[in-house]
Ligand binder design. Structure first.
Ligand code: PEP
Ligand code: MN
Length: 350
């Protein structure tokens, strides 16, 4: 349930309602807007009728049910958009954020050269896998801590904050020592033990949509993070499984707009895994931004044909640079349709 306080509600009246929500057996989550305060009563096993009765408490405008099963993630609970800070980078603000880097960290030379190249082209965050979820146990599984050290070195040299995937609860504390943002991979979207663990960290989380997950399931996965105490969550659409076989996955553009409608959390798109084809990455990046995406995450490799994972979908430095230039051009050449938002430039100075 949500208790909407009136514009004229006093601090005492707000405090009183918060207390009453606790007494009724729920956890109060308070959102203070410019003019109004919203108190969401969340949890199971409380006494609902006591919340409904708060309609009569001083300073209360109304008490309404939260329509969706995801409570804290819903825009009903928090109408203002969430802005997530990752080091000097802001996700969910006016600028589109570009995260770029290899699928996997392979060598010092590979990750450092990529970090410098993507920064030069205008990316504002570096991606790179240290622990890789591979379909086959015989494929490269990631360099682990060695990769984390190299990512930290790349950040030191470029100033780009780093995002990397966490696959298990046991690795979380170690990974937190090295990186700025934790990625929950598509295959782990419903690893509830992992979500609960990441909820207790102080790092922002990039939550990928599972390949077969509905938007509701995706938002409920985010609810695990928020209800567990971590409000800094960015959703990532990375394509879903459909009957189509020409593309690796089907990038669900509507889900980007829908997630931003249903939730206050920022949403980014991953056109690399979403299509599996370099030629489709620039147009799908533009499409995602036109759909409201707050950013994109793209795989870039110094030599895709030699990549240890996801080479066929990785952009070369040149392709990435050309894409970055095209992102700031009008959507349709002479038609003059321009992107509503600018692509953010690397925050750190050259
Ligand atoms: C990745 O980012 O390299 C990755 C494995 O992504 P996903 O979990 O979306 O497949
Ligand atoms: Mn990959």
């Amino acid at each position: 349930m949500i208790v909407n306080m009136s514009e004229t509600a006093t601090e005492n009246q707000i405090e009183h309602v918060i207390e009453r929500v606790r007494e009724a057996g729920f956890q109060p989550h308070v959102t203070r807007g410019a003019t109004k305060t919203i108190i969401a009563a969340v949890g199971a096993g409380g006494r609902r009728h006591e919340l409904e009765a708060l309609q009569a408490a001083p300073g209360v405008e109304n008490v309404v049910a939260i329509a969706q099963p995801y409570k804290l993630v819903s825009r009903q609970t928090k109408p203002m958009r969430t802005v997530v800070h990752v080091g000097p980078v802001t996700i969910g603000g006016p600028d589109v954020v570009v995260m770029a880097g290899p699928c996997s960290v392979e060598t010092r030379e590979q990750i450092l050269s990529t970090a410098h190249a993507v920064k030069k082209a205008g990316a504002s965050m570096l991606r790179g896998g240290a622990y890789k979820p591979r379909t086959s146990p015989y494929e490269f599984q990631g360099l682990g801590e060695e990769a984390l050290k190299l990512l930290a070195e790349a950040r030191e040299q470029t100033g780009l904050p780093v995002v990397t995937e966490v696959m298990s609860t046991e690795d979380t504390d170690l990974i937190c020592e090295y990186v700025d943002m934790l990625q929950v991979g598509a295959r782990n979207m419903q690893n509830f033990a992992l979500l609960r663990k990441l909820a207790t960290t102080n790092k922002p989380v990039l939550l990928k949509r599972g390949p077969s997950a509905t938007v509701k399931e995706w938002l409920l996965a985010a609810e695990y993070l928020l209800s567990g105490g971590n409000p800094n969550v960015v959703l990532c659409e990375r394509g879903i499984k459909t009957f189509e076989t020409e593309t690796r996955n089907t990038l669900d553009l509507a889900a980007i707009s829908l997630a931003r409608e249903l939730s206050h959390l920022p949403v980014v798109a991953d056109p690399s895994h979403g299509t599996g084809k370099p030629v489709l990455i620039p147009p799908m990046s533009k499409a995602a931004i036109a759909c409201g995406a707050d950013g994109i995450i793209v795989e870039v490799h110094p030599c895709p044909e030699r990549a240890w994972s996801d080479g066929p979908q990785s952009l070369t430095f040149e392709q990435f640079e050309a894409m970055m230039q095209s992102l700031s051009e009008p959507l349709r050449g002479a038609a003059g349709l321009s992107l509503a938002r600018s692509v953010g430039r690397a925050a750190a100075a050259d």
